[in-house]
Design a protein around this ligand. Structure first.
Ligand code: FE
Length: 205
């Protein structure tokens, strides 16, 4: 059994011009695929060969940096593709209320996602997450993830250069503007909030 590259939940040009089909071809087709392949190679023939991706991540954290990086990046990218949508989707009433409670307004949440993303040093991820009923923006560095942490991640934005360089070159804020203003999947975030437990990477076919 091996982990699969998830199906992209939209056409490869559906996020353009914020994220072009060319970026998808590399980011999904090459980078995400490589993380999956490296994870599969690392777990083949080991006790993790039939484990859930989340269990691999949790076990590798702190003990096997290579496996942790590749398994966490496999998960993060699957979660990221679902965090985006061709057109922004609406939050549930519950999520909208929690956004207002934590940030004051949807506009303020978006402003903070942009500023945290722009200010994040080097590679990493910016997350909208829930813990004990409260929403917050979290950041993880490099391949680190919230998948096995004490948060329920609701959505994430990849701020590695490979996420935006072909479309926006070095202008990470332009990428964040384009994604945050119109491409966030708040319906997915609402599903994650309603479930109350961390999203699981789709099981092998
Ligand atoms: Fe990435």
């Amino acid at each position: 059994m091996a982990f699969n590259l998830i199906d992209l939940p939209y056409a490869d040009d559906a996020l353009a011009p914020a994220i072009s089909a060319e970026t998808i071809s590399y980011h999904y087709g090459k980078h995400h695929q490589a993380y999956i392949d490296k994870t599969n190679n690392a777990v083949e023939g080991t006790a993790h060969a039939d484990a859930a991706l989340e269990a691999v991540i949790a076990d590798a954290r702190g003990s096997d940096q290579g496996l942790f990086n590749n398994s966490a990046q496999s998960w993060n990218h699957g979660f990221y593709w679902h965090s985006l949508a061709p057109s922004e989707t609406a939050p549930s009433d519950d999520l909208a209320a929690k956004i207002d409670e934590a940030f004051g307004s949807m506009d303020e949440l978006k402003s903070q996602l942009k500023s945290r993303g722009a200010g994040h040093f080097a590679s990493g991820w910016v997350w909208l997450a829930e813990k004990d009923g409260k929403l917050s923006i979290e950041e993880t560095h490099d391949g680190d993830t919230l998948a096995d942490k004490d948060f329920n991640p609701l959505l994430t934005i990849d701020v590695w250069e490979h996420a935006y360089y072909l479309d926006h070159q070095n202008a990470r804020p332009a990428y964040l503007d384009a994604v945050v203003d119109g491409k966030l999947n708040f319906a997915f975030a609402s599903e994650n909030l309603a479930r109350g437990t961390t999203w699981t990477y789709p099981a092998n076919a």
